[in-house]
Design a protein around this ligand. Structure first.
Ligand code: AMP
Ligand code: GLY
Length: 430
């Protein structure tokens, strides 16, 4: 079988890498891919825009691709899955209607309210004045969210009213384009954040191993939010009983809510959860895709061939699939980013030593923002590499990931040295 992965990040490198570990996958085409997928054996990059729906469909049909797996949210929100399906191509990733679960926070909030899914209390505003009045009546911290896709920058957790008001004003003054035409103001939820990525065929939904990422740029979880500076799985903060509650209180009702709207959702529902101090899981956001860098720690632990899961979802056979198999191990990922990220940063920075880092079989370096040129590997983005390692326990997995990072020369880069601090000393089974 051959397959297409759409996207160019670390998540897509991990998806292509995992697909190619199956004996049934002979080739993966990445559209457009990155420096890591360009050098991955069995993988080929095709320089086509993710918006080139007809080009992607043609590539899938001409090459007899078994399926197209869409990585990022934007093409899904733009209707890539609808267009491919219309041309007879199997797609893993929701159609435009389902992608609203991520592309519109108000839509997702309405879905949760209708399906009785626990989430933060919230109100929606279409003008700054009433939003500010609401903030003035409520206590802080309070969370201000642009309704639409804002490249991860649309959420402000305001510790003071002034910050909330500034966020409201900038959203309504067009900072996020039409994504900020509506603003959700939400109760601040305290607790640990856990990412549960679940796969669904529209009828059945099943979680993958729960993961945690480090969203903030600075050590000790400080500074501005990023796409994720590191991750680990399976987090011991979500033991099996709690994951069962997530399944029955969140994932199944959410799928039912989608079905009630007539949406045939086949792909990933990523539930971003907070475990409250009372131990209850509540949704803070949904994404319509795999997480990044969560994918880089969940897939290395997956024993079941990924294409079996993807095809079971595309063909609505998930209920008949045996339970997914997992390595009894821990996986950690340290993200290496360009200095300045998530603010402005330089591109074209040189990186060396990746092969040396990967000499340890436990380690794998997923490229997030790189290209291969005459002069070797150069950065193309803010998040540049995700260095993952697997081991029987977290302490070793984290230490192996950092040993691999130490072998990489990226003089203009930086990384957090405290990935996994929230689970320090905890074992897999806890
Ligand atoms: P989102 O883009 O919705 O994932 O939000 C970005 C980050 O803001 C989340 O990962 C949380 O750390 C934080 N956040 C969002 N909503 C809330 C909330 N209601 N309470 C506390 N933190 C939140
Ligand atoms: N790691 C956060 C995300 O994928 O949205």
């Amino acid at each position: 079988m051959k397959a297409i992965v759409v996207g160019s990040g670390g998540r897509e490198h991990a998806l292509a890498w995992k697909l190619l570990r199956s004996p049934h996958i002979s080739e993966v085409v990445c559209i457009p891919g990155n420096g890591g997928t360009a050098t991955l054996a069995g993988c080929r990059n095709v320089a086509m825009a993710m918006t080139d729906v007809d080009g992607i469909a043609r590539c899938a049909l001409v090459n007899n691709m078994a399926f197209v797996l869409v990585g990022p949210e934007q093409p899904l929100a733009d209707g890539l899955a609808d267009a491919l399906k219309a041309q007879g191509v199997k797609v893993f990733g929701p159609t435009q209607d389902g992608a609203q679960i991520e592309a519109s926070k108000t839509w997702a909030k309405d879905l949760m309210a209708a399906a009785n899914v626990p989430t933060a209390a919230s109100a929606v505003f279409t003008d700054a004045e009433s939003a500010i009045a609401y903030v003035e009546q409520n206590s802080v911290p309070i969370v201000v969210k642009a309704d639409g896709l804002a490249a991860g920058k649309g959420v402000t957790v305001a510790m003071e009213r002034g910050n909330a008001i500034a966020a409201i004003e900038s959203a309504f003054s067009g900072q996020f384009g039409s994504a900020g035409d509506r603003v959700v103001i939400e109760e601040f939820l305290q607790g640990q954040e856990v990412s549960v990525l679940a796969v669904t065929d529209g009828k059945t939904i099943r979680p993958l191993l729960p993961a945690q990422d480090h969203k903030q740029v600075g050590e000790g979880d400080t500074g501005p939010n990023t796409g994720g500076m590191g991750a680990y799985a399976p987090t011991p903060l979500m033991p099996a009983e709690l994951l069962e509650r997530v399944q029955s209180e969140i994932l199944e009702p959410t799928l039912k809510g989608l079905q009630d709207k007539g949406i045939d959702y086949r792909g990933v529902i990523y539930a971003g959860l907070i475990i409250t101090p009372a131990g209850d899981p509540k949704v803070i956001e949904f994404n319509c895709r795999f997480g990044d860098p969560e994918t880089q720690v969940v897939l290395p632990l997956l024993e079941t061939p990924l294409e079996e899961i993807v095809l079971a979802c595309c063909e609505q056979r998930l209920a008949a699939m045996p339970p997914f198999e997992w390595k009894a191990a821990a996986c950690a990922c340290v993200v290496m980013a360009a200095k300045g990220y998530p603010g402005s940063y330089e591109k074209g920075l040189p990186i060396e030593g990746i092969e040396i880092a990967e000499a340890d079989e436990a380690a794998v370096v997923f490229h997030a923002g790189t290209r291969i040129g005459n002069g070797g590997i150069k950065s193309t983005g803010g998040r540049v590499l995700g260095v993952s390692a697997i081991a029987p326990n977290f302490e070793e997995a984290i230490s192996k990931a950092y040993s691999a990072v130490d072998k990489i020369s990226f003089p203009d880069g930086f990384y957090r040295r405290d990935i996994g601090h929230r689970i320090k000393g905890m074992s897999l089974a806890e």
